[in-house]
Design a protein around this ligand. Structure first.
Ligand code: SF4
Length: 168
């Protein structure tokens, strides 16, 4: 899930993501991290990007149906073009825009956490990553105000980089 340069600056460039794509492929343990799709985005995907996309209905949102690769516990996102990356470009789901940050809720508070699997971010200075998270957090929480379905329950091992002071 290539993140937006506006949030990360030089921490994570398009070139970094182009050479990786790890976050657009999931194993069976990581399928809970597939992007949340709102109703409008599901329509857009069907009309403009992938008419064959299939969705799983959840409470208030959808998830895309991913097909397992033969003989491997790997589920690539159906919107991933192996040559060119995400076919949605700048219209990709919000989860993908902010990745490797993730929006979660811990004890009634929304938090911005860091996925531990991004190999590029893991090589960056942690202070710089925290600074980027604090800078992005107001935008992330404001978006979540309108899309509460994006907030996942907190998962252990995801470092918390920012807490919503508004108390959501
Ligand atoms: S929607 Fe795009 S960025 Fe998000 S997981 Fe799928 S291919 Fe990757």
């Amino acid at each position: 899930m290539c993140s937006v340069g506006g949030i990360f600056g030089t921490l994570l460039t398009e070139q970094d993501c182009a050479g990786c794509r790890l976050c657009c492929k999931f194993d069976s343990y990581g399928l809970w991290q597939t992007p949340v799709i709102c109703k409008e985005l599901a329509s857009k995907i069907l009309q403009e990007y992938l008419p064959t996309a299939r969705f799983i209905r959840r409470e208030g949102h959808f998830l895309m149906r991913f097909e397992r690769e033969e003989q491997e516990d790997i589920y690539p996102c159906p919107l991933l073009d192996p040559e060119h990356g995400c076919i949605m470009g700048d219209e990709k789901p919000f989860d993908c825009m902010i990745w490797p940050f993730m929006l979660m809720e811990l004890e009634g508070r929304r938090v911005v956490t860091l996925s531990p699997i991004c190999p590029v971010i893991n090589q960056r200075c942690f202070d710089d990553v925290c600074t980027a998270a604090l800078k992005a957090a107001p935008m992330i929480f404001a978006y979540a105000d309108k899309h509460p379905e994006l907030v996942r329950p907190y998962m252990d091992e995801f470092p918390i980089l920012a807490v919503d002071k508004a108390g959501h």
